[in-house]
Design a protein around this ligand. Sequence first.
Ligand code: NAD
Length: 248
Amino acid sequence: MRRFPGKVAFVTGAASGIGRATAIAFAREGAQVAITDRTEAPLEELRAEIEADGGAVLAIRCDVSVPADVEAAVASTVAQFGRLDCAFNNAGIENKAAPVHEIALDEWDRILDVNLRGTFLCMKQEIAQMLRQGSGVVVNTASGAAIRGVAGGASYAASKHALIGLTKSAALDYAKSNIRVNAVLPGNIETPMMDRFTGGDIQKAIALEPVGRLGKPEEIADAVLWMCSDLGSFVTGASISVDGGWSL
Ligand code: NAD
């Protein structure tokens, strides 16, 4: 039995890593999926892959930090599929490592613009549609760095900590509107972001993980789909760590 027949999912940062795995998981579970990313070529590859697998998919180029892009992406999704049930706000970028006094202002703004402002812009459009249809679930990708500090990573950690406040407040705003809002907090996951972060030295990241291995993008997708499904029907405002114990 597939879990999301007749449902519509919207995924940001879908061209790579966690977003890609989650878009594939939604499609396999019967959802119609809008895949969005700022980079087009890998998005097109994913669209072809999901279609070849029998899934219903719409690929939309969208930079989450650009309000007009986000508005158009949500509007195209609703025009194509008629509604928006599950929104996975996952697009995010890592910072260039630096202690606070050495962080350039434009670097600070670059991280916050995508990770925090981008998520807020997406939520505004998605939730407006969910209110019109009377239901919906939002999941924001935060990080273990949303609940612990990261030396050399203040802008990233600040952006992810702020996502928790945004998630909890939105959960309260819409608690009586049949709209749930949660956050997933990945640990060290095998994605291109992790490759960039470690400079290819994966052992460095594995050493941080109590369970002794990196997580797989599919393990984050499993948690996201659970939160979006009726199995998570009483879960809102939650920050769910999927991190092999990294944040303990
Ligand atoms: P990734 O780099 O593999 O994928 C991120 C995707 O987001 C890319 O396709 C990129 O093009 C897209 N993106 C970046 N900026 C964008 C923008 N402005 N608009 C639209 N799309 C944009 O990274 P990932 O590891 O899959 O990370 C996904 C999310 O998970 C991020 O929010 C990241 O902070 C978070 N996260 C990752 C890890 C990890 O270990 N990989 C750990 C904790 C949290």
